[in-house]
Design a protein around this ligand. Structure first.
Ligand SMILES: NC(=O)c1ccc[n+]([C@@H]2O[C@H](COP(=O)([O-])OP(=O)(O)OC[C@H]3O[C@@H](n4cnc5c(N)ncnc54)[C@H](OP(=O)(O)O)[C@@H]3O)[C@@H](O)[C@H]2O)c1
Length: 336
C-alpha cells in the first residue's frame, strides 16, 4: 500500500544511529527521528530491507575519519530496497508506489531506518517478483564485484572473451559470492578460496575449483589444476604480494578491494618498474546502469544473493556484530 506523501512531513520514524566513533554494536542506539525529506533529484523510500557491508562498521571505527561520516549522529548503511513514498523536485523516472533498490549517499548512510532518501541516479526499479532481500546486497557488494571484474580485470560478462583464469579470495563473502557468479558469466575458469564449511556452496555458485584457505595449498593460493591466474579478485585481507606473485600469469593482475598501505607501495613499485604483473587497488565508483544490469541478472535467475542472516531493525546490533565478526556467508540483512 502506498502512503500519501503529504502525510509524511513531520512524522517520526524508528532508526538506529551512533553518536561517536567506536563502540561496535554497543555504540548503536535505537531512536525516533523525523522522516527525511527528499531534496532535488532524490526519492524517499519506505525501507523493506537494508544490507550491511564492512564499510559500515569501518566508518563507525573511524577508519575513514575525518571524512566519514559527514556528521554525528549517523544512521549507518547504504544498501537499501523498498517502495517509493515521495519524490523530490526533478525526479523523472520514479513514481510513488514503485519498488526499488538503491544506494544512499555513503557519507550520509541512512539505511538502518524505516525510511531513507536516495539519489535518483543510484536508484533502480525492482521488477515484479524480485524481492527486496534478493537484491539489497547488490549496491555495494554486487557493484564492487562487477567493477573489479569488468573495469579492473577487463572481463566481458557476455562471455565473448577467451577463457581467463581468475582467482577469487573470500568467495563466500558478500563481494566474493557475487564475483564467482559474474566471473562464470564471463566464461572464466574460477578458482576460489573460502573456509571448509563453504566449499560446497562456492562450487554450487559456479567455481571450478575451491581451496580451503586454512590448508597449506589454500594459504599458498595454488590452483589444484596448476593454472596461473590472469586476474585475482582479492576480497580477503592480509595476503602479501609475495604469495600472489608466483601464481600469476606473465601479465596477471591482483585487484585489491581492501588496499592496505603495503598494497599501495606494491602498486607504485610495480608501476615504476614497468612490471607486467600488477596490483590494482579498487575503490567503488557506483553506477546506476551497472546496478540495473545486476538487478536484471537476478530477475533472469543468473545471479543469486546468498543470505547469511536476517534481523529485524530492533535487533540491528546483532546484525552489526555478525558483520564485524568477518565470518558471514553472503549478506547480512536488516528488515525494518
Ligand atoms: N574498495 C571498495 O570500494 C570495497 C567495496 C566493498 C567491499 N570492500 C572490502 O572488501 C572486503 C570484503 O568485503 P565483503 O563484504 O565481501 O566481506 P564479508 O562478507 O564480511 O566477508 C566474509 C567472508 O570472508 C571469508 N574470509 C575471511 N578471510 C578469508 C581468507 N583469508 N580467505 C578466504 N576467505 C576468507 C569468511 O570466511 P570464513 O567465515 O570461513 O572465515 C567469510 O565468509 C572488506 O574488507 C570490505 O571492506 C571494499
Amino acid at each position: 500500500m502506498s502512503l500519501d506523501p503529504i502525510k509524511m512531513a513531520g512524522k517520526l520514524m524508528k532508526a538506529v544511529q551512533y553518536n561517536a566513533y567506536g563502540g561496535g554494536p554497543d555504540g548503536l542506539q535505537h531512536v525516533e527521528v523525523p522522516v527525511p525529506t527528499p531534496n532535488k533529484d532524490e526519492v524517499l523510500l519506505r525501507v523493506e530491507a537494508a544490507s550491511l557491508n564492512p564499510f559500515d562498521w569501518k566508518v563507525q571505527k573511524g577508519m575513514l575519519r575525518p571524512f566519514l561520516p559527514s556528521k554525528f549522529p549517523h544512521i549507518p548503511a547504504s544498501d537499501v530496497a523498498g517502495e517509493v513514498i515521495e519524490v523530490g523536485p526533478g525526479v523523472k523516472n520514479f513514481k510513488v508506489g514503485e519498488k526499488i533498490v538503491a544506494m544512499t549517499n555513503p557519507r550520509n548512510g541512512g539505511g538502518l531506518a524505516e525510511f531513507a532518501v536516495t539519489k535518483e541516479s543510484l536508484t533502480v526499479a525492482r521488477p515484479p517478483g524480485v524481492s527486496a532481500v534478493n537484491v539489497v546486497g547488490l549496491p555495494v557488494a554486487g557493484l564492487t564485484a562487477h567493477q573489479a571484474l569488468t573495469q579492473s580485470a577487463g572481463i566481458k560478462l557476455d562471455g565473448s572473451d577467451k577463457k581467463a583464469n581468475i582467482l577469487i579470495t573470500a568467495a563466500s563473502g558478500g563481494v566474493g559470492h557475487y564475483a564467482v557468479q559474474l566471473a562464470k558469466l564471463g566464461n572464466a575458469h574460477v578458482t576460489a578460496t573460502c573456509g571448509a564449511r563453504n566449499i560446497d556452496l562456492v562450487k554450487r555458485l559456479g567455481a571450478d575449483e575451491v581451496l580451503d584457505y586454512k590448508t597449506p595449498d589454500g594459504a599458498a593460493l595454488k590452483s589444484p589444476s596448476g593454472r596461473k591466474y590472469d586476474a585475482v579478485i582479492h576480497c580477503a585481507t592480509g595476503i602479501p604480494w609475495s604469495t600472489f606473485e608466483p601464481n600469476l600469469s606473465p601479465s596477471g593482475k591482483v585487484i585489491d578491494i581492501t588496499p592496505a598501505p603495503s598494497s599501495l607501495i606494491t602498486f607504485a613499485l610495480k608501476k615504476l618498474t614497468f612490471s607486467k604483473k600488477q596490483l590494482v587497488p579498487l575503490i567503488l565508483f557506483p553506477k546506476g546502469e551497472n546496478l540495473l544490469y545486476l538487478v536484471n541478472l537476478v530477475k533472469e535467475g543468473k545471479l543469486k544473493t546468498v543470505i547469511d542472516s536476517k534481523y529485524p531493525l530492533g535487533k540491528a546490533e546483532r546484525a552489526w556484530a555478525k558483520s564485524i565478526d568477518g565470518h558471514a556467508t553472503g549478506k547480512v540483512i536488516v528488515e525494518p
